[in-house]
Write a protein that binds this ligand. Sequence first.
Ligand code: NAP
Length: 295
Amino acid sequence: MKLIDGTTIAEKVHEETRASVAEITKSGLCPGLAVVLVGNDPASRTYVRKKAEQCAKLGFHSLRLELPETTSQQELLAHVAQLNADPKIHGILVQSPPPPHIDEAKIVHAIAPEKDVDGFHPVNVAKLALEDPSGFVPCTPLGCRRLLLEYGIPTSGARVVVLGRSMIVGKPLALLLMSKGPGGDAIVTVAHSRTRNLGEITREADIIFSAIGRPYFLREEHVREGAVVVDVGINRVEDPSHKRGYRLVGDVDFETVAPKCSLITPVPGGVGPMTIAMLLSNTLKACRQIHGLPG
Ligand code: NAP
């Protein structure tokens, strides 16, 4: 068994982004990312802070808009409209989940598709399905594909099972894997909470992605010898021995599954670091596209 080191690959992606930013700043351009946070959710606050820190490290312009919990839908839409019109901003994301009185879909629809670096706008969802490379693909699936490519894991004709069918991970990941070209051309099965006899399906897989959100869900009996397992899940489990009182684990029962795998991602340090790396890479892409630069 070998570990897939997401931290190292994410650093490689950051280096590529940094080099590209250095190049375009010579022509007076600077990619800009705006992150909007509504409310005081501590986990969301941490994610937003980490994104801003990474922006600073790579030479991005970044804007953090922290709005009170009481912000109305109309007010939030007005902020999004302002960011759509801001020439210094090339990528916009509204941190999920917003407070319950906000209709998240309406907010996503209001973001200009060319600045939708999360890849959630219907225009970008359609572009992914149409295999139009000008679109933005959600960051976590994009990071998963990059890991496969970096480790030379063959996908063409491979049997791949994706656990989970969310619009953030499972569905776009399945579309990427079945698209034509490197990191694609796979035979994809998508499983979800209504799937019967899951083990029969996963035991046939060369590669399994788990994006369910249940700790220790994928066990030894679900995996065939030599399979590749990519664990997207991030779950909190109580751990009084830890200073926070909890620790983060994936969907995979790592101890029993890892010995059967040829390659497996750890949690943390697998898919997680790739998500932010692909977010900044998407923002750079948006900047280049908006300014008519190739690549
Ligand atoms: P989600 O929207 O809750 O979707 C979970 C999916 O899992 C649903 O499609 C659900 O099926 C399916 N599911 C639930 N129980 C199942 C079961 N017993 N058997 C088979 N399928 C089952 O979650 P998400 O946003 O996709 O996130 C999934 C996990 O990935 C979470 O742990 C999240 O924290 C993590 N995540 C990590 C990153 C990262 O950067 N690494 C990024 C995003 C998310 P139904 O559709 O039938 O309900």
